[in-house]
Design a protein around this ligand. Structure first.
Ligand code: SF4
Length: 329
């Protein structure tokens, strides 16, 4: 373990000022960062522990919606009655992630910023452009069963591991960010970057910027659900996950929200599928057509090509179930 400075400010402004130091890292629940430090993947010079900041409440927004403090624990948010009733897909996504012990520690802000679980990223002996820019990517021709198929580049095919983020993307959540000079708001779909030639640059956050909250718009008047497909029933990352909300009136899709996890370097909002479905028939043919159109941009490799069919069939199954439940009289 390399030595580092440790500070625990009790004020957001003090935290942001402390984090402008070279090599500073924010520490929330520590469920990912501590492992990364232990393995030598992250080598902070200063750790800014933010767990003393007053960012741990879920508050009603005027006009509807919720403001979720960045330090709200994943288990607390999943159990919030307002989330369970108005944002069911978010509650389900949170409960499908990690273990109960980890959910008790993990924070909303940390969940947004967790790093990929690509095995080569955690193995210092492997070539990994994300860990060491310009070194290469051993996943391309190695073990990439969990690798991404959408939004990838020749530099990196790692997936974003979060379940929560997939639901937040479908829900049009907005991230509040505090920087040294100003506070700004970033749609969660714009927070994470695609790898391109710089996979080590994972978000649009500037050095020192701190996520302080996530805002949810008023609940959509549609039935919603999150489904995670993985190799074992618990404590595993998604091969494919789907967050979906659907409302049908007289056989026509009147509302649709769709996002994918486990297939891209960021939570993947399915804009093309939504465009094709909105205002059209809510039937099996339309669901297939929309899912196939969304996955038509996939770039696959030998070990992860199965994800195209898996994502397509999971989307169709989810929409079929939701259409049966969401059909209004
Ligand atoms: Fe590294 Fe990305 Fe390649 Fe994995 S896929 S080895 S994270 S560059």
């Amino acid at each position: 373990m390399r030595p580092f400075a440790y500070v625990r400010p009790l004020d957001v402004g003090d935290a942001v000022r402390a984090a402008t130091a070279t090599g500073a890292k924010y520490l929330g629940g520590g469920t990912n960062l501590v492992d990364l430090i232990r393995e030598g993947i992250e080598r902070p010079e200063t750790v800014v522990d933010v767990t003393g900041l007053p960012l741990d409440t879920v508050d009603d927004l005027p006009g509807g919606g919720l403001r979720i403090g960045a330090l709200v624990r994943n288990s607390t948010l999943a159990a919030d009655r307002r989330v369970g009733t108005g944002y069911r897909m978010l509650s389900q996504a949170l409960l499908s992630g990690a273990s109960a012990q980890l959910r008790n520690m993990a924070t909303v802000g940390g969940n947004l910023l967790q790093r990929t679980r690509c095995p080569y990223f955690y193995d210092a002996a492997s070539a990994c452009n994300k860990r060491e820019p310009g070194r290469g990517c051993d996943a391309l021709d190695g073990f990439h069963r969990g690798g991404a198929i959408l939004g990838v580049s020749d530099s990196c095919i790692a997936t974003h591991p979060s379940d929560m983020c997939v639901a937040l993307a479908a829900l049009d959540a907005v991230v509040e960010v505090r920087g040294p000079d100003a506070t700004r708001r970033v749609p969660v779909t714009d927070l994470h970057r695609l790898p391109g030639s710089t996979p080590h640059v994972e978000t649009v956050l500037a050095p020192g910027e701190l996520i302080t909250a996530v805002e949810l718009p008023p609940p959509v008047a549609a039935n919603s659900r999150y489904r995670k497909v993985r190799d074992r029933a618990s404590y595993a990352f998604a091969l494919v996950s789907v967050a979906a909300a659907l409302q049908v009136r007289d056989g026509t899709v009147t509302q649709i929200r769709l996002a994918l996890g486990g297939v891209a370097p960021k939570p993947w909002r399915c804009r093309e599928a939504e465009r094709l479905l909105a205002g059209g028939p809510a039937d099996e043919t339309a669901f297939h057509h929309a899912a196939e159109a969304e996955l038509s941009a996939a770039t696959v490799r030998t070990g992860n090509a199965f994800k195209v069919a898996l994502a397509t069939s999971t989307i169709v199954a989810m929409l079929r179930e939701l259409s049966q439940e969401a059909t209004l009289p």
